[in-house]
Write a protein that binds this ligand. Structure first.
Ligand code: GDD
Ligand code: MN
Length: 379
């Protein structure tokens, strides 16, 4: 009997059946109420990008002014112009991210739809990234010979303040980390997706501050033009989003995720401690013995949970598990001394009892975390 061949799965990763498969560059154009600018931006991009295999991908947040229809009109008969329409969503950053993920082109660039960015820079931004010379190539208003054009003083001040704030967070020196005009490898964005906030306007800043090894950045100067038509969507809400993003990044830098887990495990350990203490007291044990047994159990519990959660990437197994447990007991013993010492010193210096207690606990936990990361779960 003949056997039917197993069904062949569709090819993965190589969407040869999709029209965009062959593009070297995708230009993402976020739009919100830009109907009057659409034809112009397409014409300028076509003129600037001759010789490059590019597609233009608009991401439109259901503009009420007929932007999508205007795009459809210029896109007639062209497979290299598409529009991704989002309903019930708003946001420049998230629009750009979704646009980048909707193309298979290896290099993606972003440009405003209102004509303010100088599209003649695009071939050089593209070449810098495609050749591997830069991880991110930025059209910059602030670097030498760059310019903000005809901005009023207030906008200039705000923009400069935002740029200064960004330096607290960024590990790389970038003159214009707020620019909305840049090119980047798509796989780099993909790798950073879980860390991107996607909020607000500052997609470039988001990418630059997302973590991982600092990107190699090249900035090319351009003069920020006046808006062709319509008006800016940058309002107070956008500034607020930006502030929240800076705060988030600072907090996550000061409080690494690992420490948060460690502290969480520690508070569960306190629950274990109290449960053991209560059970042993209930069984008639003397307090000091019950407390000692509770400490030993809680530390072992913390060790096992930290081993499989907090330090799962350095997880100890087999013989090293027992050695690890022994070193964790030693670390926590010293941590307890640090805790008691700090508390006593503060109390003797007339701090309130609970301030002394909390300070001791904080110092003790920081010690436990740092020392166990360096000793018990050393790399
Ligand atoms: N899809 C989508 N959704 N697009 C949006 C949204 C949105 O919520 N908000 C704005 N856009 C589009 C606009 O239609 C325009 O094409 C582009 O994003 C830039 O928006 P503008 O409103 O013109 O911003 P701007 O000129 O004030 O701000 C520019 O400079 C900033 C730095 O000063 C942009 O380039 C920003 O990205 C940049 O951070
Ligand atoms: Mn604009």
């Amino acid at each position: 009997a003949t056997r039917l061949a197993d069904p062949v799965p569709p090819p993965r990763g190589q969407p040869a059946d999709r029209p965009e498969a062959g593009y070297a560059l995708a230009v993402i154009v976020p739009t919100f109420n830009e109907a009057a600018n659409v034809a112009r931006i397409v014409a300028t991009l076509d003129a600037a990008l001759a010789g490059i295999a590019y597609e233009i991908l608009f991401v439109d947040d259901w503009s009420g002014d007929g932007t999508a229809a205007a795009i459809a009109a210029v896109a007639r008969g062209r497979a290299d112009i598409r529009v991704l329409r989002r309903y019930g969503r708003r946001g420049l950053s998230s629009a750009v991210i979704e646009g980048m993920m909707a193309t298979m082109a290896p290099v993606v660039a972003v440009i405003d739809g209102d004509g303010q960015h100088d599209e003649r820079l695009l071939p050089r931004l593209y070449a810098l990234v495609a050749s591997g010379e830069a991880d991110i190539a930025i059209g910059s208003r602030y670097c030498a010979r760059g310019s903000t054009g005809e901005w009023d003083a207030a906008r200039l001040r705000t923009s400069r303040l935002a740029t200064r704030l960004s330096r607290w967070v960024l590990k790389v020196r970038v003159e214009d980390p707020m620019s909305g005009f840049f090119a980047v490898r798509r796989d780099r964005v993909e790798a950073l997706l879980p860390q991107l906030s996607g909020k607000g306007f500052k997609i470039l800043f988001d990418l630059l501050s997302a973590g991982g090894p600092p990107p190699r950045v090249v900035e090319l100067p351009f003069r920020f033009r006046c808006r062709a038509e319509g008006e800016s969507k940058l309002g107070p809400g956008v500034a607020l989003d930006y502030g929240v993003m800076i705060a988030e990044r600072l907090i996550s830098r000061l409080l690494p995720a690992r420490f948060v887990l460690f502290a969480l495990v520690g508070s569960l350990g306190l629950g274990v401690h109290l449960a053991v203490l209560r059970a042993l007291l209930g069984a008639g044990a003397a307090f000091s013995r019950a407390q000692a047994a509770a400490v030993v159990t809680a530390i072992a519990f913390n060790f096992l949970l930290n081993n499989s959660l907090t330090f799962r990437d350095r997880r100890l197994r087999g013989k090293r598990l027992l050695l690890g447990l022994a070193s964790f007991y030693a670390v926590c013993g010293l941590g307890a001394l640090a805790n008691i010492g700090t508390g006593s010193v503060l109390f003797a210096a007339h701090s309130r009892w609970w301030v002394s207690g909390v300070a001791g606990a904080v110092v003790g936990s920081l010690w436990n975390f740092a020392a166990s990361a360096l000793v018990t779960w050393r790399k």
